[in-house]
Structures are given as C-alpha cells and as structure tokens.
Ligand binder design. Sequence first.
Ligand SMILES: [Ca+2]
Ligand SMILES: [Ca+2]
Length: 381
Amino acid sequence: MVESTALEMRRTLTGTVGSNPTPSASFLNEPVLRSANAPRRRESPRLAKRMVMLVSLSLASSVQAKSLKSSGTKEAGQVTGGVVRTMRKKGQAASRHIAIRGFAAALWALAMSAAIFAPAASADTNDRLPDGQIARASGDGPVAAWYGRPTRRYRHGVLGDDVEGGSLLVVDSRGTRHEIVLSDEFVFEDITPRIADLDGDGSNEVVAIRTDMRAGAALAIYGLRYGALVELAATAPIGRPNRWLSVAAIADFRGEGRNTIAVVKTPHIGGILELYRLGDGCLETVRGPTTGYSTHRIGSRELTLALAVDLDGDGRPELVLPDQTLRRIVALDLSTGVSVRHEWPLPEPVAGRVVATAPGVLRVPLESGRHSVLRTRGPSP
Ligand SMILES: [Ca+2]
Ligand SMILES: [Ca+2]
C-alpha cells in the first residue's frame, strides 16, 4: 500500500494547466516528481475533518440506504462511500450489493479511507485535468464540475493521452466546493463531466465516466445530499480492463419531461447503445441494448460524435450518431423503442461531432477536412 501510494505520488502530474485546454508536450512527456517539501495532495484529513465527514456520511448514507431498492430489471446500482458497495466476485463481472446503514456505514467509509472516494478539502482549478474543461450550468445543486488530480495510473489512453482524472470537483449553487477523490483502483476516464437535472427535481446532477482499472468503464452519477457530494448511482463496469463507454447525449428522448442518458458502450468494438434513466438509487435501462453504433474515434479528445436534436419538429429529440463503420449517420427515435428515422451514407468516415445548422439540416465533418450536409428532406450530400 505504501509502495503503491509512493508510486502514485511519483506518477501524479504536477504543473500548472491554467485555462489551456490542450496539454503541452512537456506536460505529457515529463511527469514531475513532487519535491519533499511540496504540499501533499493526499494527506490524511485531520481528526476534526474526519468527524465532520463522519456525520455527513452518516446522514447521507442513512437516507440513501433507505431509498435503495433491488430489482432484476435495474442496472446494478453502485452507491459507494459506505452506503452500498459493489462487490465483484473473483474472476467474474457479476456483482452483489451490500447495504450498510447509518452510522456503521460512515465508520466503514472511514475505515476504508480512500477505498473508492473520500471528500477532500484542498484542490483548485489549477489541479484540473490538462485537457479538461469546466462544465457549467444554472439552477440548484452542482453548477460547475471538472476533473482534478490528473494521473497516469491507468494506461488505456483512448482519449488522446493516458492522463485521466483522479477526482471530481464540483461547485454548488451556494458557492461551496466539493471533491470526490477516487482510490488508486479507479480513474475518471473522461475529459469534461456533464451537468443535467436527471430526476426532474430542479437540482442538477453530474454525469461522469468512472473506470475500474480491473473491470472497465461505468456510468456514474453524482449529486448533493445533505450538503455533501455523493455518488447517487452507477452502472456495473463493462467487465474487463481497457473497455470504455461514451456518453452519447443527454436529452428527454422519451418525451416524458425528464432527461435520459444515451450511452454507447465499447464504441470502438461493437458499439452497444443503451438509454438510462436515473431511478431511486440506481440507473434503469429504458432502451436497448442494441449494437452497431459508435460515438468516438480511438485517440480522439472529442468525447462524442453524437447529437440530440429534434429533426422532425415533434418536440422529442432524435439521437443522431454514426454506425460502427463511421461511414453512415443514423437518426434514431428513442421515444418508444430504438427505430431508425433517417440514415445517410457518407463518402468517407466521419471525423467530428455532428452539428445541426438549421431545422432538419446536419453538418458532418469528414476525415479529409471536408464536410457533408445531411437533410431530412430534399437532396442529400
Ligand atoms: Ca436532480
Ligand atoms: Ca423528434
């Protein structure tokens, strides 16, 4: 543990990233050793801070444990931090959940120290992921979110480099800063988080891609409970290392007045599309799985090529995204199933995010630097 911590300390990248969204070559190639007298980022909280954390976790975990329900139709909810932990059987992707309530849950969280995450007091925007942006939103709950504590401990490297987030930082509508720090077995394999109200209560949630280095990526939802930033729900990880998922788009795809999350798992190999809704302590699959789609090119910092847009003016957005070949764009209606409303062949692979330029008109960047203009009626490209 000491060795792994020391290794992580050596791997932890320092350096000021400021507002430059593009990491410099020197930053990527020259990890900096922290000097002996430099501040340590992973210092253990002092006793008083631990007591505050204890009380907060106790309150939050008590409420969440009561709200947790198990259902065979629901994706494996993973509320960590002592409330519910996903326990993976050795050699299997299957998981089971243990609910630990109230005060005992908080004790468990503290005993595990940095098991999955732990609130931390010191972090600022200068510690953010070098190519990450700060997501911003209006309303209550989280209004700004970004990834911090960049780390190279996970060498998958499909998002432009192998520098991933070690923590999630959030500022809420009252101006309070929160941070969730992952343990050494996890990273945020993501660049910029997303903020949206997923359950329609007027308070925002944060949508993140959190990867278990032994079991691959998962969709994870964070929100405020009793003033503390906690994980509200997560899918089970894909099941093996070096397997990523993409958040294609977040929109009210079902026309029910509440946002859902379109996800493409393993977008480079198979592309499994699923639509999730935030339920009571879990993420529910409401559409899919259906295969053959893609939202990402390996090595690209463009996290999603997809777009949610109402192409036919019926008030419900369609999901527009490439198929696995990247040479075809489809518009899917997800309101009652997964049905193709439009499809367009491309003369060459798509190279960037689809953009709506007018009602029923899409612009698609291509590999050669040209673009295709797609229309729901009239001439195609
Ligand atoms: Ca909400
Ligand atoms: Ca529509």
